[in-house]
Design a protein around this ligand. Structure first.
Ligand code: C2E
Ligand code: CA
Ligand code: CA
Ligand code: CA
Length: 279
């Protein structure tokens, strides 16, 4: 931090200074992370409530620094968004995920989808549709295996443009999900404009679903609404059998969460998909 004039230093407390230095250090190592091959993906199963079968996986990014420390995405995605580093990172994730999906198809696994998170910045960048198309054809993956997850927040940032981009992606044959549904700007009327396949109910509502009648009512309303629009419903963050049982009663299609499985390394995800059932 440079002094932009006399006396400006004194506004920074020691804690702020430490926070800024930590952030700069993190930004510096984040810039190197891609070229040093420090990222990998893990895969969390999505399980059909009715059948108990694995219907797909969500790819989640992991960053292992050279000294072995694993930094969770919660600690660097936002910084990556702010610095623009998210663009090459998301592109790497998309390529890696599609390559993984291709290898599952090659192994004879046909009944799955692989969900990939797109940051708001990636979603709103020009040329996204071309980029996705190029990656799919480079890798030779049929689009229907890929599901792109876009948060409610990034859809709402520019709804008209969002609808346009989603249409283009859908035309290509890619599946589309709105992630973290119900958290932000929740204007329900916009939902019917979105050409999506899946709604993911945010963990915040699932947490108390077995103990709070209010939260249970909210989730039930989201599921009804989603179904009436022809969407598939996925609940995230399911940790307890009681939560699963409420979701089953409410007709939720599939669930994701520690109760069913933590995110898995590629090899374990592959065996699970091969067997098709939860152990
Ligand atoms: P998200 O997309 O909502 O992903 C779900 C997060 O919840 C994951 O955290 C997952 O590990 C965690 N989770 C799954 N089941 C449970 C559960 O039962 N209980 C609890 N408490 N947590 C559960 P993770 O992997 O740390 O990712 C955090 C967020 O970082 C993601 O939230 C997503 O917004 C972002 N992210 C992760 N990978 C990527 C990526 O490749 N690209 C982008 N742009 N964002 C990513
Ligand atoms: Ca997600
Ligand atoms: Ca989510
Ligand atoms: Ca989230």
């Amino acid at each position: 931090v440079k002094s932009s004039g006399k006396g400006h230093y004194q506004f920074f407390s020691r804690e702020m200074n430490l926070a800024i230095r930590r952030r700069l250090r993190l930004e510096h190592s984040l810039r190197k992370a891609l070229e040093h091959d420090e990222f990998h993906l893990v895969f969390q199963p999505q399980v059909s409530v009715r059948q108990g079968t694995v219907i797909g996986m969500e790819a989640l990014l992991r960053w292992r620094q050279p000294h072995g420390e694993i930094i969770p995405p919660g600690e660097f995605i936002q910084l990556a968004e702010e610095t623009g580093l998210i663009l090459p990172i998301d592109e790497w994730v998309l390529r890696r995920a599609c390559a993984q999906a291709r290898s599952w198809v090659d192994a004879g696994i046909r009944d799955f989808r692989l969900a990939v998170n797109l940051s708001g910045r990636q979603f709103h960048r020009r040329g996204l549709i071309l980029l996705v198309g190029r990656i799919l054809s480079e890798i030779g993956l049929e689009p229907r295996y890929l599901e792109l997850e876009i948060t409610e927040g990034s859809v709402m940032a520019d709804i008209d443009r969002a609808v346009e981009v989603l249409r283009g992606l859908r035309q290509m044959g890619v599946r589309l999900a709105v992630d973290d549904f119900g958290t932000g700007y929740s204007s329900l009327s916009y939902l019917r404009r979105l050409p999506i396949h899946t709604l993911k109910v945010d963990r915040a509502f699932i947490r108390e679903i077995a103990t709070s009648t209010q939260d249970a009512a909210i989730v039930e309303a989201i599921i009804r609404l989603g179904h009436s629009l022809g969407l598939q419903l996925v609940a995230e963050g399911v940790e307890q059998p009681e939560q699963l049982s409420v979701l089953e009663d409410q007709g939720c299609d599939s669930v994701q969460g520690y109760l069913l499985s933590r995110p898995l390394r590629a090899a374990d995800a592959t065996s699970l998909l091969t067997s098709g059932r939860m152990p």
